[in-house]
Design a protein around this ligand. Structure first.
Ligand SMILES: [Fe+2]
Length: 398
């Protein structure tokens, strides 16, 4: 079966040349049929790993079908990407208010805004679109907000980053999608950067581009480095505040002390390569969740590689949070430039599949309480850890 892949319409802000390979609309395929057709699945899987995100319009998908579709990408996986989010100890997590589990299919989460009634076995669900005003250190003034100025909420990979492996992909299905005025997403980091966005957009950037546009010395550092994430990162970071770009945390010493976290074990901490190798294309994607990062571990340059201008030529272990965050920000900020962001303009019954090991994404914007939005989201803690660069990759870029 030949599937039809069509480039999506980019807004004028996008550098269409740089993002030429990013995101495709899939036509002529019923997404509910993919999981049960191995041939079709193979085509969709290849398209997803090649283009990082796939859009299906007018999709009709039950929670059980969405779970089956998501599971097809990792048949061994079973649990929601953040595990059981109902446990008492995750109540303190900053993710807790954002997710409601669908009772009959607990791997699928209901997210959105406003009050939803009689929804897939949930009599009443009060949803709140995450807002930068409760997470960033500074906020857009209420006057500017009233004019439609907003911010990226939090750039991230969908991942627990503790005990569980980052999901390979996420399915996001827009069921009730309020329409409204476009908003202006301001970076507020001194650059003057801003981006016009549809109301309630999900913004995506490519981890491949994030790596590709780095100067040589930072590519060398990226392929030699791993990030060690904090124990229970979303509980750890809960008291802290994010940067105005949503790309990491201000270093103010507000993270929850390790001894005040829910019980944790060293063996369950996640130390993951900065660069993840795409299992289908072989491309390298810069995949770091900057908010949860606690340490950076750098391998020395391989034997025989010129040391001139190299950063950490003998390797290193960076444990100072400000330094860790500064280094990651320097490497990640170029890739969230307005021209490299794809802000998806949601329509009802849009289904987006994204390669969670190949992109970063964020919630954007602010809804009023009466703007009801309901989405189903599913991702599964993966059966494997993401693979880092090969020895050959390291040699090439080190
Ligand atoms: Fe997400």
């Amino acid at each position: 079966m030949a599937i039809e892949l069509v480039p999506v319409a980019f807004p004028p802000s996008v550098d269409a040349l740089k993002l030429a390979n990013f995101v495709r609309e899939v036509r002529g395929v019923d997404p509910a049929s993919i999981a049960s057709s191995p041939e079709l699945f193979t085509e969709i899987e290849e398209a997803l790993y090649t283009h990082s995100a796939l859009l299906f319009r007018n999709a009709k998908l039950t929670p059980a079908q969405q779970y089956a579709l998501t599971k097809a990408f990792d048949p061994q996986s079973e649990n929601y990407g953040h595990g059981n989010n109902k446990t008492g100890e995750t109540k303190k997590s900053i993710l807790h208010p954002d997710l409601k589990t669908i009772p009959s299919v607990p791997q699928v989460q209901l997210i959105g805004n406003g009050t939803v009634y009689d929804h897939e076995g949930l009599a009443e669900a009060m949803l709140k679109h995450p807002s930068h005003t409760t997470f960033h250190k500074t906020r857009v003034t209420p006057e500017d907000e009233a004019k439609g100025v907003t911010r990226f909420y939090r750039w991230h990979i969908d991942a627990a980053l503790y005990d569980l492996n980052p999901p390979r992909m996420t399915t996001l299905y827009g069921i009730t999608v309020p329409q409204g005025q476009k908003q202006v997403c301001r970076y507020d980091d001194g650059t003057g950067d801003e981006l016009e966005v549809p109301l309630g957009t999900t913004a995506f950037v490519s981890g491949k581009i994030m790596f590709d546009i780095l100067p040589a010395e930072l590519k060398s550092l990226a392929v030699r480095s791993k990030v060690k994430y904090a124990p229970h990162p979303y509980v750890w970071m809960a008291p802290s505040h994010a940067l105005p770009t949503g790309l990491g945390i201000e270093t103010e010493g507000l993270e929850l002390p390790l001894e005040e976290l829910p019980p944790w074990e060293e063996a369950k901490l996640k130390t993951l390569p900065i660069v993840w190798k795409n299992t289908i294309t072989g491309d390298l994607h810069f995949q770091v969740h900057p908010c949860g990062a606690k340490e950076v571990i750098v391998e020395p340059l391989p034997q025989g590689v010129a040391r001139e201008g190299a950063l950490y030529p003998e390797g290193g272990h960076i444990t100072d949070l400000k330094e860790v965050r500064g280094l990651l920000y320097k490497m990640q900020r170029p890739a969230i430039a307005p021209s490299l962001v794809y802000p998806h303009d949601w329509n009802e019954n849009d289904l987006v599949l994204f390669h969670n090991r190949g992109v970063l994404h964020t919630v954007v914007g602010a809804f009023k309480p009466d703007q009801v939005r309901a989405f189903h989201q599913c991702n599964l803690a993966a059966s494997d850890e993401p693979a880092g660069p090969t020895a050959e990759d390291v040699k090439k870029y080190a």
